[in-house]
Every structure is written in structure tokens, then in C-alpha cells.
Design a protein around this ligand. Sequence first.
Ligand code: NAD
Length: 480
Amino acid sequence: MEKIQNYINGQLIEPVSKKYLDNYEPATGQVYSLVPDSDSSDIQLAVEAAKTAFPLWSKTGLEDRMMILLKIADGIERRLEEFVAAESRDNGKPLKLARAMDIPRAISNFRFYASAVQHFSSESHPMPGGTVNYTLRQPIGVVGCISPWNLPLYLFTWKIAPALATGNCVIAKPSEITPYTAYLLSTVCIEAGLPAGVLNIVHGLGGKTGQAIIEHPEIKAISFTGGTETGKRIAATAAPMFKKLSLELGGKNATVVFADCDFEEAVKESVRSSFSNQGEICLCGSRIFVERGIYEKFKTAFVEKVKALKVGDPNEQSTDQGAIVSLQHKQKVLSYIQLAKEEGGEVLSGGIELQLKDRCTGGYFIAPTVIEGLDYKCRTQQEEIFGPVVTLTPFETEDEALTMANSVKYGLASSIWTNNLKQAHRVSEKIEAGIVWVNCWLLRDLRTPFGGVKASGVGREGGWEAMKFFTEAKNVCIKA
Ligand code: NAD
């Protein structure tokens, strides 16, 4: 069985303990590789390597850093199909989605930050009498990047690229459930000539390897994406150590459809925003609120399209929805479908586990599920499910739609469908979310700030925000 290796000090090495965990393919339910079960001794090795590499890397010219990041991007692109296959096999997502979204976006992350750091500037404030204050932005040192399983390489590189571009050395941990593309990235970094110790990728469990990163006194900043409960634990450990923290956490996003919207487009995109990547994108809409006047028409058209989605082997071109990421997660999603029924919900489509044939006999599949008739305050409509389950609820007025949309503890993303410009501005202002899409979903310019409000997190990623996060601002005041 193939053994994934840690990438520490420029080398691919075994975990110190020599212990490994099983890595499952969700589409088949079979173990296909082994992941290092790393612990604090592996993190210690990585921190030592990163500390040694930092003085040179932080002083390496911007253009040289840019060239290496571009080489990494080119290296992924050259091996595109290998990355695509690994991302789909690890996560269960359709191969065509990994090819269209995940891997191209990981390449863009490196290219974007290779370029962005060349244009990153800081402020200067002249005072009367000729004194000047200027802001010196310096890399932090050794930083930690921890990412989840849903968009494995996409989110991993979204953190690593700005951290490296701004001159930091990185200890990164991918999810133990989807480690393979991070492993392939290690091999690309070696091919690209990234100096030893600049990036260290250590695999393992959250509570062990991840916790060792959080607790390490010499890792000065943590960029984390994952669940809200994990975020709380991380903050509880890291905040008293005065580490810089960026936490991108869970969501329960609202899609609000007004009667005057472009109906066909709203239906089509709402299906996509609900079920892309099996509903396992933090930005997926999981609560759809529809204005009463078009509720029945919307429901009929929406359910018809959902029933036409093909759940199948991720490797097949015709598959729209692949496997749920793990057995444990499949059980969690099914338990919420059961809860929805107990709470009085009516299942309009799906609601069941699917048994596929041949290669996928042992895989984890759930039919895309639409539920109506639930009070907006019930648990199904309040808690994050993070799977192919969406609720439909009618509303009478804009105020009612906002009350329901804002009733959850989360505030990551939202979509609004309307042709009324004033309403679009008004609702965008009042909706409690870090991202508002009007008449679209998942469109994003990488220069914009990304992140949530309330229990969806603190801090912002993307563009300048990430480069600000990974640097310390020092005010230098020079008297004339
Ligand atoms: P998770 O919180 O279980 O794990 C995320 C990562 O943290 C993994 O690498 C895990 O090993 C690690 N981890 C777990 N416990 C840790 C600890 N004590 N210390 C340090 N690291 C630890 O989340 P998940 O199940 O992998 O991902 C799903 C969650 O991620 C969902 O809640 C989803 O909404 C969220 N998410 C948020 C965003 C966003 O941008 N806001 C994006 C994607 C996913």
C-alpha cells in the first residue's frame, strides 16, 4: 500500500513514530493509501527546518520568490491530470469538478500571489515639519496553515501561497481525510527548487498534529479553515498565546429569491449553489427562501431539476454528484435528514442513501435532498449539515426574508435573486454575511476580501487581506 510522506526540510520522510492512518476512497469505501499519523515530534522537526530557512527566505528578493511560486504553479499544471484524479479519489467529488474548479484554482492561487506581492504596498504619512511615518510590513516568521477536506488543494494553497509570497516559512497540515494532493504538492515543490524548510507539509489528525501546530510557541500565526467547533478550540489555545489568528469557519447560507427575479436563472443557479460538490462547499446555499407569489412554481421547477441530477461514480463524465467524503460524514448527513422528518419536514426529493454498483458498491452516496415545511427556527434550518440537503421556505415580505436569513448563528455567504436594484442594495446591506452574491453564485475576484461574520469566523483572506495577515505592520516615524 502506498505511503504518503511528510515533507520536512525539503525531504519526503516518514513520521517519527512510523505510524500511519488509513486513507479511504469515498466512492468505493476502500483504503487506497496510508497517511502519516504525525505528532508533536514531527512538528518540532518542521519548526526547526522553518526557523533555519526563514532568514534567507524572508530576505530573498520579491522577484526570486515570485519565480519559485510561478514554477510551483507550472508544476501543478504540467501534472494536471494526476492532481485532478487524486483530488477526486480523495474527496469523492466528480472528476470533472476537480478539473474545472479545484486544481485550476490551486494553480491560480500561486500565480495570483506571485504577482500580487509585487504590487503590495504600504502607507506613508507625512507630518507637518517634514517628519514621516511609514508602515514597514515584515513577514511574521514561522506560520501555521490548516485546511479542511472539502476543497483540499484549493483551500490549502489559498493559505500557503500568500504566506510564502510575503516571506514567511510555513508549517501546513491538510485534512487527514484528503491528504493526497498536498502530498503531490510536496513533490512539485521539490521539483520547483523551493529551498528546504520554507514549506513543510505535515500530515495527521487534527487533535494531534493540528493541535501540536496550534500549541507550538514558535508558530506565531495560524490561518485555519474548518468547522466552528474546531475554530473555538483553536482560539482557546492560541489566543492566550497572543498568536495572530484567521479563522474561516462553518456556514448555513441563505438563498433569497424574490418574485421579480429572472426565474430560470434563479432556479438553475440555486440547484448549482445547493448541490455542487455534494453540497460540501462552505459557500453552498442550504436554506432557500422564496417569495410566496412564485413559491409553488419555483418549488416545482427546482425539484424537477434536482431529480434530474445524476449521482454516480466520480470518474464518469455524466456524474453531477459524487460520493460523500467519509462514512462518518455520510452518517451525520443522514441523521439530519431523519431529524428534518421528526421536525415535521416533507421530503420532496431524495432523502435516502444510494447503493451504487460495481466499483462503487461500498461507496458513500446520498441522493440530493429537498425538504419543505420546516419552521425556520428548527435545528435542521439552524445547524450546519454540509451535505446535499436543502430546505425550501416561503416568505411574504422582505423583512420576513431577512429575519429568517439572519436567524442563524452563522454568517458566511448569501445569494439574492432580484431585478429590483434598490432591493438588491438594501438586502445586501442588511443581510448578515461576509459575502453577498446578487443574481449569481460563486463568482469571485481573488483581490476581494473573503470571510464570514458571527460564528463563521474572524479575519479575512484573499487579496491584500491575506498579505496583511501574514505580515506584521511596524510604524517607523522619522523626525526631519
Ligand atoms: P474540521 O474543523 O474538522 O477540520 C479542519 C482541519 O482542522 C483539518 O485539517 C483537521 O485535521 C484540523 N483540526 C481538527 N481539530 C484540530 C485541532 N484541535 N487543532 C488543530 N487542527 C485541528 O473541519 P472539516 O470537517 O475538515 O471541514 C468542514 C468544515 O469546514 C465545515 O464546517 C465547513 O463549513 C468549514 N469550511 C469553511 C470554509 C470557510 O471558508 N469559511 C471553507 C471550507 C470549509
